[in-house]
Design a protein. Structure first.
Length: 271
């Protein structure tokens, strides 16, 4: 019971981080499970993904109600991601814990660096999207929908495959992959990008959790309270996000993430 309560508390912390920092904040779920509950990378990945997927689902539903989710693009990316996730899961079971942990630490460092750069642009008064080059997926100004071309479909398919592989391999939602990709390949505004990303994360996470359950590697006794805590924390912290969220908080999260990555790599390498 104490273990489950601790898991629920850690889940609530992840939910609050997601509410305050947006998509990408859930990447701290796996380090928390490794250090807080003593799970291995293979055990922590699907549990973290369950919590992140549920929390992202709540955000995606809210985004749908506000008309911000590009659901056709989200479904296309998610279908590719769901198909790729089992390959990541199989790879995770063939690799030892040490390279998995070091690989996750590298991904976490990369994600935090992107978050820091985005926050720095906002503090300088620049667009959080940064400079945009030629985009294969642009909105039709008359219909308000994305123009589907072969380069657009190819770019979104690569995005889905990458997020799905990382989802199965490391238990990450993939927001740090999807958001930069949508920023690079589309001319959507940032609110629509984040909402669409949350929808993709929820769908891909669902597919990965189902794969993990069928493979018998999902620890539901840990996963259920952790996921319930994440949703509770998200709903509890959401009203505070308008007051507390901002580039400074994003940078604080990035610093915490880098520290977690160094600790995770150190534990894996030094035992």
């Amino acid at each position: 019971m104490e273990h489950q309560l601790l898991g629920a508390g850690l889940g609530a912390l992840i939910g609050a981080v997601l509410a305050l920092t947006g998509a990408g904040g859930g990447i701290l779920a796996v380090p928390l499970l490794v250090f807080g509950l003593g799970l291995s990378m293979v055990e922590a990945a699907p549990v973290g993904l369950l919590a992140v997927g549920l929390a992202a689902g709540v955000g995606a539903v809210l985004g749908l109600r506000q008309g911000r989710v590009r659901y056709r693009a989200a479904l296309f990316i998610a279908v590719i991601g769901i198909a790729a996730a089992p390959f990541g899961l199989m790879l995770a079971h063939t690799l030892p814990n040490t390279p998995l942990a070091v690989g996750f630490a590298g991904v976490l460092m990369y994600a935090c660096l992107r978050i820091w750069r985005k926050a720095a642009r906002e503090l300088r008064g620049e667009s959080p999207c940064g400079e945009r080059q030629i985009m294969p997926c642009v909105l039709n100004p008359l219909q308000g929908r994305l123009r589907w071309t072969l380069p657009c479909a190819r770019a979104l398919a690569v995005t889905g495959a990458t997020s799905g592989l990382l989802s199965g391999l490391l238990g990450v939602g993939g927001g740090f992959v999807i958001i930069p990709a949508l920023n690079r390949y589309t001319n959507l505004d940032m609110q629509s990008i984040v909402a669409t990303s949350l929808a993709v994360i929820a769908l891909v996470a669902t597919g990965s959790v189902v794969s993990a359950s069928l493979s018998g590697v999902m620890h539901w006794q840990v996963g259920a309270p952790f996921a319930a805590g994440a949703v509770f924390g998200l709903l509890l912290a959401r009203p505070l996000s308008a007051k507390l969220a901002g580039p400074r908080l994003q940078q604080l999260f990035a610093i915490i993430g880098v520290a977690a990555a160094l600790m995770l790599a150190g534990k894996a390498l030094l035992g």
